[in-house]
Design a protein around this ligand. Structure first.
Ligand SMILES: NC(=O)c1ccc[n+]([C@@H]2O[C@H](COP(=O)([O-])OP(=O)(O)OC[C@H]3O[C@@H](n4cnc5c(N)ncnc54)[C@H](OP(=O)(O)O)[C@@H]3O)[C@@H](O)[C@H]2O)c1
Length: 280
């Protein structure tokens, strides 16, 4: 019989690819998101049990981030419900360098359910599917922490590892740290995208205070500003956060995707050459 797998965040950056790959392997996939047929909303715990019903395995991507206040309580409650619903395996997407996320990892690890923790570095796709795309389209990126070296990881690799963890017993009770094969500064990222698209994109280092005031002035919601402040202030250049891991190769038997490959492939889609209006 086919395994039923709930993919929470199944239309998001990693969840979408996980769902596609599981479907291609003929698993029964249920998307867990606010817009799904059986809606799942992290802010409405009454939606969780119907989404879990009849499922055997779950891929958990929390929104907006495991570091936000209330995440620990939500993960605890979901883990409890997962046990009651008969879930046999959980794969949790976590963030590298986030102490609060590690507390959530521990809840899953101590829950008694079989688990795999996938602790990822910043996604390469943040520059094409998330908040960093806007300044790239505007032709000018201004960010704090210009010295930070980030081992960006590709969501193709993350989703391959998640699918392996969901479909094989080999990854039971494992914690994998997923990074790309090298680190880049923001300026190097902008330079690569600029060269690949043939567009002139500038980079200006600014202070974290300037960045936060800019976001507030642009009307970004307060909880989002809080998260950005946390990520830039506490996570980006935390000790060890630039460490390269070979866990992708360990799990998949091939090298992690280099940032340049991501840039070349993404440039071909035209996403960095669209009008700003089209990107919103
Ligand atoms: N981005 C990174 O660099 C990075 C790095 C490491 C770890 N992570 C972790 O990855 C996770 C996902 O982050 P992301 O920014 O990449 O997002 P994402 O996966 O692109 O998130 C979008 C998905 O979440 C769903 N969603 C949004 N709000 C929801 C809610 N309240 N309840 C249920 N589903 C909701 C969306 O569908 P609907 O709109 O239909 O609800 C969509 O399926 C976070 O826990 C983050 O900490 C991210």
């Amino acid at each position: 019989m086919k395994t039923n797998i709930l993919v929470i965040g199944g239309t998001g950056k990693t969840g979408r690819k996980v769902a596609q790959k599981l479907n291609a392997l003929d698993y029964n996939v249920r998307i867990g998101s606010r817009s799904a047929n059986i809606p799942f909303d992290w802010n409405k715990s009454e939606t969780w049990a119907p989404a879990l019903e009849g499922m055997e395995k779950v891929y958990i991507t929390f929104q907006p981030d495991l570091a936000v206040p209330g995440a620990k309580e939500a993960i605890l409650q979901l883990a409890d419900l997962a046990i009651k619903s008969g879930i046999k395996k959980v794969v949790l997407l976590s963030g590298k360098g986030e102490l609060e996320a590690e507390a959530c990892e521990k809840i899953i690890m101590d829950s008694g359910i079989d688990y795999t923790i996938v602790r990822a570095s910043w996604f390469s796709q943040n520059f094409s599917e998330s908040f960093f795309i806007q300044p790239i389209l505007e032709g000018h990126v201004a960010l704090p922490k210009p010295e930070a070296q980030v081992p960006y990881v590709d969501t193709d690799d993350i989703s391959d590892v998640v699918v392996a963890a969901l479909t094989s017993d080999d990854h039971a009770r494992q914690l994998y740290e997923l990074t790309g094969p090298r680190t880049l500064t923001f300026e190097e990222v902008v330079d690569e995208i600029s060269k690949a698209t043939g567009r002139k994109i500038g980079f200006t280092p600014i202070s974290l205070e300037e960045y936060i005031s800019f976001l507030e002035g642009a009307g970004v919601p307060a909880d989002h500003v809080w998260l950005i402040n946390y990520l830039f202030g506490n996570v980006l250049d935390a000790p060890g956060n630039n460490r390269i891991s070979n866990d992708i190769e360990k799990v998949l038997g091939r090298k992690a995707k280099d940032f340049s490959q991501y840039v070349t492939e993404t440039a071909k889609t035209g996403v960095w050459n669209q009008t700003q209006e089209a990107a919103v």
